[in-house]
Design a protein around this ligand. Structure first.
Ligand code: HEC
Ligand code: HEC
Ligand code: HEC
Ligand code: HEC
Ligand code: HEC
Ligand code: HEC
Ligand code: HEC
Ligand code: HEC
Ligand code: HEC
Ligand code: HEC
Ligand code: HEC
Length: 396
């Protein structure tokens, strides 16, 4: 029954004098590699590779499914055509993009903003799990870095951290992805999302202060769990004070290898930024002074305090709890006993409540020294006056 109806329909279409252009009509002209057009002085290719198109995810669609304005075109078409609207079929992705920083609706500098085709291509679009796709994990950094790795584009967007790709490539996630080819490494959209990308200042962003720990935790779940039970994690939950999140210690894109000396020294600077008093006293100690000279084998903050498991001294699990201190020092001073731990890594003679002995010893020394200097000062002055007097009387 269906076939009977169908045949006359096809006949009608073929018979009509000016039929709409079919996909194969389009290829008659557009499979010519030399077909070009000049736009604003630059030559632009109008060649469409039939093989590539057929293998793309849209390969069984017609050209006019996307180039809708050619739906009714006959024989030839106009020179200038409407832009393709991917959102006509993928409205959910279009809506997501409208929420984000790449949205053309956002009232901001509109040049350079990516369209669907900037990230996906035009006639060669493939799904994310295809190794040749521009959105396959290994390729995502290249796709984003067309713009975010370009100094030229960055120069048109001053005031924001725009050109981040060299940092990413130098960090562990970049090295592990690019050099070792590990697809489980973090790529741009694992941390930022793909379509609804927001500025870090936006509280809903995946990389905002509120959400970034969970974002890292999608892969480093065990570490987030440890962090949550630390003093910093507790603080983060309570929202009091400025708690460090994962990037506070590791950075955003240039995440260094955790075992490296450079990382331990840089993280010590980061602890110091939030704990200036302990940092000052640390710098006065042997460990701090040799560290300051570039020697990384001496204890840094994490060697004594831990990293994701930092706890206050009173907590029995703390690495600096008096019961655990011997073990902490023994990591590097194998012979250390309880006496050894009497050494005060943050000795501060100004602080009477935390270091009373040191304070009163210092005070006693100051009193003694000033007493001695005052006594001898007066003594010398009187001696001088007397000597003058005697000189005078001698001359007389
Ligand atoms: C008879 C040859 C011919 C056929 C058939 C043809 N085109 Fe073209 N097409 C051209 C030429 C020539 C240009 C360049 C026009 C110009 O100089 O601006 C062009 C330009 C285009 C452009 C670029 C327009 C722009 O705004 O820059 C698109 C897109 C396009 N064609 C799509 C198609 C599609 C889709 C089909 C089939 C439905 C098709 N063409 C059929 C010859 C053809
Ligand atoms: C999945 C959607 C889609 C399909 C299907 C599609 N195109 Fe396109 N095409 C695009 C996009 C996107 C552009 C970029 C310009 C724009 O946004 O309008 C484009 C641009 C073009 C251009 C201009 C040159 C260029 O590369 O920018 C030509 C010519 C063209 N298409 C021909 C074709 C032909 C012929 C077919 C069928 C074989 C076809 N297109 C099918 C999405 C599509
Ligand atoms: C006429 C409707 C239509 C248009 C217009 C269209 N697509 Fe598609 N797209 C589809 C269909 C249908 C699929 C196949 C879905 C499937 O196989 O699950 C698809 C698949 C995809 C996929 C792979 C997704 C998956 O789940 O496999 C991507 C990526 C994609 N399209 C991007 C685009 C982009 C970018 C544009 C604009 C340049 C565009 N599409 C325009 C209909 C369209
Ligand atoms: C800034 C780059 C970028 C832009 C712009 C972009 N996308 Fe994507 N898109 C991606 C990435 C990366 C993925 C893969 C990861 C994912 O699924 O989130 C993706 C995934 C997709 C998928 C699913 C593919 C699959 O295999 O699951 C579709 C469909 C899609 N995008 C359509 C669109 C449409 C339509 C637009 C324009 C409205 C668009 N995208 C704009 C980067 C982009
Ligand atoms: C075609 C160029 C282009 C591509 C490709 C591109 N972006 Fe962007 N991106 C921009 C522009 C332009 C802005 C807006 C800058 C501004 O606000 O002035 C932006 C903004 C951003 C911002 C927010 C910056 C801020 O502080 O407001 C992030 C985050 C971002 N992009 C991430 C990505 C990611 C991740 C990808 C890949 C999935 C990507 N971009 C692909 C051009 C691009
Ligand atoms: C491991 C997670 C992670 C990966 C992978 C990652 N980023 Fe970021 N990105 C961040 C964090 C965290 C910030 C900073 C948030 C802040 O300023 O507080 C950031 C900031 C940015 C910014 C500055 C804009 C803003 O929102 O302030 C841009 C642009 C950006 N990233 C693009 C990229 C691009 C492009 C890639 C891939 C080459 C990438 N990022 C990979 C986590 C990541
Ligand atoms: C998509 C998964 C994923 C996400 C999201 C992710 N990472 Fe990673 N990360 C990895 C992988 C895989 C490695 C490489 C593991 C290795 O060292 O071999 C890695 C390595 C690291 C390293 C170096 C570890 C070492 O052994 O030296 C640090 C530090 C790190 N990530 C921190 C972060 C931070 C901070 C965030 C959030 C801003 C984050 N990661 C988000 C997957 C991820
Ligand atoms: C207070 C600073 C600090 C914070 C906050 C922090 N880290 Fe670390 N992280 C370190 C230090 C220091 C190391 C070095 C290794 C060590 O001592 O365990 C490290 C090591 C790592 C490693 C390598 C594995 C290892 O233990 O050697 C990964 C992965 C990592 N951190 C991820 C994270 C993630 C994810 C978060 C957020 C939940 C986070 N870090 C929060 C300081 C921090
Ligand atoms: C972003 C700021 C920030 C960074 C970075 C940071 N901390 Fe903290 N830390 C805090 C805050 C805030 C507290 C809450 C107690 C306080 O007021 O000192 C705290 C508490 C502590 C405590 C418990 C002190 C107490 O009085 O209960 C220790 C020990 C500690 N941090 C060590 C470190 C070490 C070691 C590092 C580096 C590996 C580090 N912190 C990095 C902000 C930070
Ligand atoms: C050699 C080991 C060692 C190093 C290195 C070290 N600390 Fe400590 N830290 C301790 C000990 C032991 C205590 C507890 C006794 C005290 O307060 O003097 C302590 C106390 C603290 C406290 C107060 C904890 C509490 O619960 O009251 C903070 C905060 C702190 N250190 C931060 C740092 C920071 C930041 C650095 C690096 C700049 C650092 N420490 C380097 C061993 C160390
Ligand atoms: C990460 C390794 C490391 C840790 C942990 C560590 N130290 Fe040290 N410390 C050193 C190094 C290296 C020196 C340089 C002299 C040496 O080789 O013994 C040093 C020197 C010292 C000195 C100077 C006296 C001397 O031997 O010349 C004292 C005192 C000291 N440490 C006390 C401590 C105490 C107390 C702890 C525990 C709270 C501790 N250290 C934890 C590495 C460490």
């Amino acid at each position: 029954m269906r076939q009977i109806l169908f045949i006359p329909l096809i006949f009608l279409l073929i018979a009509s004098p000016a039929a709409a252009l079919t996909t194969s009509d389009c290829f008659d002209c557009h499979s010519d590699e030399d077909l070009t057009k000049t736009v604003a002085g630059t030559e632009m290719s109008l060649y469409v590779d039939e093989n590539v198109f057929n293998q793309s995810i849209h390969g069984d669609m017609d050209c006019t499914d996307c180039h809708e304005d050619l739906m009714d075109a006959e024989d030839e078409h106009e020179e200038s055509l409407e832009a393709v609207q991917c959102g006509n079929c993928h409205d959910d992705f279009m809506e997501a993009m409208e929420q984000g920083v790449h949205s053309p609706d956002v009232a901001r500098v509109k040049t350079d903003l990516p369209t669907c085709a900037s990230c996906h291509g035009k006639h060669d679009i493939l799904p994310a799990d295809n190794v040749r796709s521009s959105i396959y994990d290994l390729k995502v950094p290249n796709t984003c870095c067309q713009c975010h790795g370009s100094e030229d584009v960055a120069s048109r967007h001053p005031g924001i951290e725009f050109d981040v790709c060299s940092e990413y490539e130098a960090g562990m996630h970049g090295i592990v992805l690019i050099k070792s080819g590990v697809i489980f490494s973090a790529v741009c959209n694992d941390c930022h999302g793909s379509h609804d990308i927001l500025s870090a200042q936006d509280p809903s962003s995946r990389v905002s202060h509120n959400n970034v720990n969970n974002t890292c935790g999608t892969c480093h779940a065990g570490i987030v769990e440890t962090y949550n039970s630390s003093i910093h994690g507790k603080l983060f939950r309570e929202g009091t004070g400025e708690a460090p999140t994962c990037p506070s210690c590791h950075g955003n894109h240039r995440v260094d290898r955790a075992m490296d000396d450079e990382f331990l020294v840089s993280v010590t600077d980061r602890c110091s930024g939030c704990h200036p008093e302990e940092a000052d006293t640390f710098r006065d100690t042997y460990h701090g002074q040799v560290t300051g000279m570039g020697y990384a084998q001496a204890a840094q903050c994490p060697n004594c305090h831990g990293a994701h498991d930092i706890l206050p001294r009173e907590d029995p699990s703390s690495k600096i709890h008096p019961a655990n201190l011997v073990e902490t020092c023994r990591a590097c001073h194998p012979g250390a006993g309880t006496n050894f731990t009497m050494y005060m890594p943050h000795a501060d003679y100004h602080d009477a409540s935390r270091y009373p002995y040191l304070y009163y010893l210092y005070l006693a020394m100051v009193i003694l020294l000033s007493g001695v200097f005052t006594f001898f000062g007066i003594h010398t002055l009187l001696w001088f006056l007397r000597a003058q007097k005697e000189e005078k009387s001698k001359r007389a």
